[in-house]
Design a binder for this molecule. Structure first.
Ligand code: Z16
Length: 831
């Protein structure tokens, strides 16, 4: 136990003794001090690794004063805090962003140069922390960036996975997963705070008893405990002194385990139990939008949520009265992953603070809000009552009681409508008794939001229709956004420089200013500069890919890019069928290779390791690439690049180089998409369906600057209702037949005609996501793309207008919408 009454610190004049490294001299000196005295390395012997570590720690130290001041100021002001609860934060590389936010990029560059070191070389050395799967995790990272930039008191709470998203490799074209040991060399960006560890309980049973006042009470008697150790990451804001916190929890066996080790005769089993406890934060589940109901995953969820609530209530609020909780904090639930927080807060208020049910429920409901990120039924988490009752018996009791009260309200509102009661129950009965976490979240929250206009509408009209009928005012939309600091200013310096000259530098944290670019679309000399930037970005990407993957590409081509998780609903197969169609046309002599628009098709995609179809599609893409890339008939005019291990680092290089952004999910399936926004903001044109945020992108850029194709959501629904028969499309469309037959011919599989049967027979006989139904429209639209691209001036004009008209998609605007509609937490810039 650390002493509670601390010694009187000398705070006021601390700057007399130490200072943050903000000048070239002090930066150099802190860098050398880190290297020598913290790492024990002599500059002349230092390896790149040592230099990167010293540099990162130097930049980290430059953020500490702002971080400490921010915490002190917010605590003193009792500021309302946004606590963003998320199982994933896909942060990407940290160094450049930290330099940008502290405005130390040039100081660092000069200081290093004086030591004969190169900033860019050290920046390139960083390996990113991959603590997320895809869109949801990256959104969380963009949101905490924008919260800091807007000086909102905020904290991100999540899990410090020892292994992040797996490193993808290809062996004979098949995905092979390697562990992501991102922590082996230590992370220079984190600050461990073991003294603020909290205990998290599991298992056991509940007991009834009467308290001193004679009132009946319940207590949870858990069977196991683990320690949650916090690791803090500073989240600096652009052009503000505020530095917020990302607090990630790591699981550690408690002292009780150590005692057991020494006292029990069975040393081995004691150590084994320690391992079991520490497994909780071992690895990120590599599933994006299709969670498997694994026990360890539920343990992870409760682990980080229980630790976070405890942390906030005990260390931030301390002894304050919890009846004012909703004025002090808002817990935002990022998907259903943290929803167990609802019964956890109830348990704390009821069992630990002795509140009555009604008061506890009122506080809880006013403290939580829920963001839903999906429409796929298989992505809506349910936890079996069996498992939940075994792991968290008290929480299951509380959930039952919440459900009982809620169904009482439903019966009162809709007398005699027992079908509705069954539909709306938080507990499903079939196929097994289980808790529907999205329903629990909806009942336990003040606001429920979707992540794009279409998604929020479908959420209210389809997935949660009974709930929106009961509580229409509970439902709202907040369209996603992306941070322009990382995805424009840092990743696209060429475009940023051009924007700075044309419209000033204010756009970086006020992206609506991009509208000022609109007239430049008609300025021929600006168009030429814009085109030169795009070309330079392609060349930069080509160099990177040669170095990173040994892939050689031409820079002079239409860059057609599809990067996102591999999922059937996203329809990478549709893109592949298009490529095979182009090849087939040349093979059949319908098109001369010399008439083809040179095109580089870039794929980037990880498949969940257990997702067989997704892995087969990856294999097929790689086999098609191997043939197409070496086909003499194509004269090098059609190339497929599928670099392994697509991640944030690669995205930052690739997106600025793209001409064409592939956003081709089946309408009604992609909740929002955020890659679509990054591409448009970097001057790529979108070929896309009327899905997710594509709808809003098209509205903003205008039909003439967007390649729309395929069925819209009502058409998809109508086709489903009529009965969808994919084979009929194969039968009537010769182009489609040509592409599918080419794959089935064995041309891509050394003559083996059955190699891709799993994929092809699914397309022909099932095709849940209607690839064949949208094929013709897609291919025809791609033919229009090719024609349009040849008109350089018109294409560039459209690209500029995409940039000028998509400022809406900054995550700063998303955060402002959350503030206005949901959080109501004022900004607190520190002095
Ligand atoms: C995820 O990345 C998303 C949804 C979900 O239920 C689970 C995960 Cl891990 C994605 C959506 O698929 C995507 O459309 C959306 O843009 C993103 O979340 C952020 O909202």
């Amino acid at each position: 136990e650390p002493p509670t009454g601390s010694v009187q610190p000398v705070t006021e004049n601390i700057e007399r003794f130490i200072s943050s490294p903000t000048t070239v001299e002090s930066f150099k000196s802190e860098f050398c001090r880190q290297l020598r005295y913290e790492q024990g390395v002599d500059l002349v012997d230092a390896r790149t690794e040592d230099l990167y570590q010293a540099l990162a720690r130097t930049v980290r130290s430059a953020m500490v004063d702002g971080w400490i001041a921010t915490q002190a100021s917010h605590r003193a002001a009792k500021a309302k805090t946004v606590a963003y609860l998320s199982a994933e934060f896909l942060m990407g590389p940290q160094l450049e962003n930290a330099l940008l936010s502290t405005a130390l990029t040039e100081v660092a560059r000069t200081a290093l140069a004086e030591l004969e070191l190169d900033l860019d070389e050290l920046t390139a050395y960083e390996t990113e922390p991959g603590l997320g799967n895809g869109g949801l995790g990256r959104l969380a990272a963009c949101f905490i960036d924008s919260l800091a930039a807007k000086s909102i008191p905020a904290i991100g709470y999540g899990i410090r996975y020892e292994y992040g998203i797996f490193r993808q490799t290809f062996v004979d074209g098949r995905q092979v997963e390697q562990p992501d040991r991102w922590l082996v060399k230590g992370s220079p960006w984190e600050l461990a705070q073991p003294e603020n560890s909290v205990t998290v309980n599991f298992g056991g049973h509940t007991e009834q008893y009467t308290d001193e006042t004679g009132a009946p009470r319940t207590r949870w008697v858990p069977a196991e405990q683990v320690l949650a150790v916090p690791y803090n990451y500073m989240v600096p804001g652009f052009e503000t002194r505020n530095v917020n916190t990302l607090r990630l929890w790591s699981a550690k066996a408690t002292d009780a385990f150590d005692l057991q080790i020494f006292n029990s005769g069975d040393y081995e089993s004691a150590v084994r139990r320690q391992t079991v406890a520490e497994n909780i934060s071992k690895v990120l589940y590599p599933e994006d939008s299709t969670p498997q109901g694994k026990e360890l995953r539920l343990k992870q969820q409760y682990f980080f949520v229980a630790a976070s609530l405890r942390d906030y209530l005990d260390t931030v609020l301390r002894d304050d009265d919890l009846s004012t909780l909703p004025e002090r904090v808002v817990f935002q639930l990022n998907d259903t992953h943290p929803v167990i927080g609802v019964p956890e807060l109830m348990r704390i208020l009821l069992d630990e603070r002795g509140l009555g049910w009604d008061e506890a429920w009122d506080i809880t409901r006013r403290t939580f809000n829920y963001t839903c990120h999906t429409l796929l039924p298989e992505a809506l988490e349910v936890w079996s009552v069996d498992l939940l009752g075994r792991l968290l018996p008290r929480h299951l009791e509380i959930i039952y009681r919440i459900n009982e009260d809620f169904l009482g309200l439903v019966r009162e509102t809709y007398p005699g409508d027992e079908l509705r009661v069954r539909r709306m129950s938080i507990i499903q009965e079939r196929p097994e008794r289980a808790v529907r976490m999205a329903f629990l979240a909806t009942v336990g929250s003040t606001k429920v939001n979707g992540v794009a206009a279409l998604h929020s509408q479908l959420l209210a009209d389809k997935v949660l229709d009974d709930f929106s009928a009961l509580w229409p005012e509970k439902f709202t939309n907040v369209t996603n956004g992306v941070t322009p600091r990382r995805f424009m200013r840092l990743s696209n310096p060429g475009l940023s420089g051009l924007l700075d000259e044309a419209i000033g530098t204010g756009w970086t944290n006020d992206l609506a200013q991009l509208a000022k670019l609109e007239p430049f679309a008609d300025d021929a000399s600006f168009r030429a500069e814009f085109r030169a930037v795009k070309q330079a970005n392609k060349e930069r990407f080509v160099r990177l890919l040669a170095q990173r993957d040994g892939i050689e590409l031409p820079a002079d081509a239409l860059y057609d890019v599809m990067v996102k998780r591999l999922h059937e609903y996203k329809r990478q197969m549709l893109k592949l069928l298009h490529v095979v169609t182009l090849y087939d046309r040349v093979l059949k002599g319908e098109v001369k290779a010399s008439d083809l628009q040179p095109r580089v098709v870039v794929f980037g995609a990880k498949a969940a390791p257990g997702y067989k179809m997704a892995k087969e599609i990856i294999h097929l893409i790689n086999r098609v690439a191997a043939v197409v890339n070496n086909a003499p008939e194509l004269e090098g005019r059609l190339r497929i690049a599928f670099p392994a291990n697509y991640n944030v680092t690669l995205a930052e290089r690739l997106i600025p180089a793209a001409d064409l952004s592939e956003q081709i999910s089946l309408a009604g399936k992609e909740a929002s998409g955020t890659g679509n926004m990054k591409f448009a903001l970097n001057g790529a044109l979108t070929i896309g369906t009327d899905d997710g945020a594509n709808v809003e992108i098209r509205q903003l850029v205008g039909d003439e600057n967007f390649f729309l194709f395929g069925m819209d959501e009502p058409a998809v629904q109508a086709l489903e209702d009529r009965g969808y028969n994919p084979t009929s499309y194969y039968e009537v469309d010769a182009g489609l037949r040509g592409a599918i037959d080419l794959i089935s011919s064995g041309l891509f599989s050394d003559g083996d005609r059955t190699a891709f049967e799993f994929v092809i027979s699914d397309l022909l006989y099932k095709d849940r996501f209607m690839v064949l139904a949208d094929y013709r429209s897609y291919v025809d639209t791609q033919d229009r793309v090719e024609v349009a691209y040849r008109d350089e001036d018109a294409w560039t004009r459209s690209a500029i207008l995409n940039v000028a008209r998509t400022g809406f998609f900054t995550s700063d605007r998303s955060i402002q919408d959350y503030l206005d509609r949901i959080w109501h937490a004022p900004a607190k810039p520190i002095a």
